[in-house]
Design a binder for this molecule. Structure first.
Ligand code: ZN
Length: 246
């Protein structure tokens, strides 16, 4: 099965549309939206409506911490995220909020556990960004593979029972091998706010039969998104960071 996984779209219409065009060309069997449809970016309504249409057509959509903050209000977020969450909440209509509020914290597809942050207490939004947090994530589930987002930093962790996991930063557009002898945590980079120094939008293509996963990169018009962020009165840094991939 070939599965396209889009995480951390963050109300970035330009990045979302560019990635969806790339996904259509790849024609995967399934599409997964891994949470944080909104937050930070200037087009929350558009991104929620597009996600609803994709779900109606069979996509899986998981809840992210920013989706939750856009409905119930921000708690414990950085000042920029807090400000953007309040702005986002005011932009959404009742149906859009209800859709976000209906999203599940986890889902399973073809033996893969899908979760926005970590399999370890998904509602606590732990980051999987080092060997310890990857091991804790895997210890919390029986699944052979966990796919998550939330850090905006693509990574793959390979784990064998009784040993410390091994981390790998996948190269852009190059399939990374997965192993039948290991369990994996695949951390998918962000569509709408990459933080690994590459401003191109990121999504993952998982091929469960070939046992490989590819972090695809898609350049898009981040200047336009930054212009809209300024026009909306959102913090300037939220636009600037899109153009430098931080
Ligand atoms: Zn995010």
């Amino acid at each position: 099965m070939r599965i396209a996984i889009l995480s951390d779209i963050h109300a970035n219409r330009e990045a979302f549309e560019a990635v969806l065009a790339a996904v259509r060309r790849l024609a995967p069997d399934r599409l997964v939206l891994l949470g944080d449809l909104v937050g930070y970016g200037p087009d929350p309504g558009f991104c929620v409506d597009a996600a609803r249409e994709l779900v109606a057509a069979g996509a899986i959509c998981i809840r992210g911490n920013h989706d939750e903050a856009a409905v119930h209000g921000p708690a414990g977020m950085t000042p920029n995220a807090h400000e953007a969450a309040l702005w986002t909440k005011a932009q959404l209509g009742a149906e859009q909020s209800a859709f976000l509020d209906s999203l599940p914290l986890t889902a399973e597809l073809d033996g893969v556990l899908l979760v926005h942050a970590s399999a370890r207490d998904p509602a606590a939004w732990h980051y999987v960004r080092d060997l310890r947090s990857a091991a804790a994530c895997l210890a919390a589930t029986e699944a052979r593979m966990v796919i998550c987002g939330h850090t905006h930093l693509p990574a793959i962790f390979y784990a064998r029972a009784g040993r410390e996991p091994v981390a790998f930063i996948p190269l852009r557009d190059v399939p990374a091998p997965l192993s039948a002898a290991h369990r994996h945590v695949v951390v998918v980079g962000a569509v709408g706010q990459p933080r690994d120094g590459d401003p191109a939008a990121c999504f993952a293509l998982l091929d469960t039969r070939a046992r490989e996963v590819t972090m695809m990169r898609v350049p898009y018009d981040s200047q336009e998104t930054a212009r809209k962020i300024r026009a909306a009165g959102l913090p300037d840094w939220l636009g600037l960071r899109l153009q430098i991939g931080r």
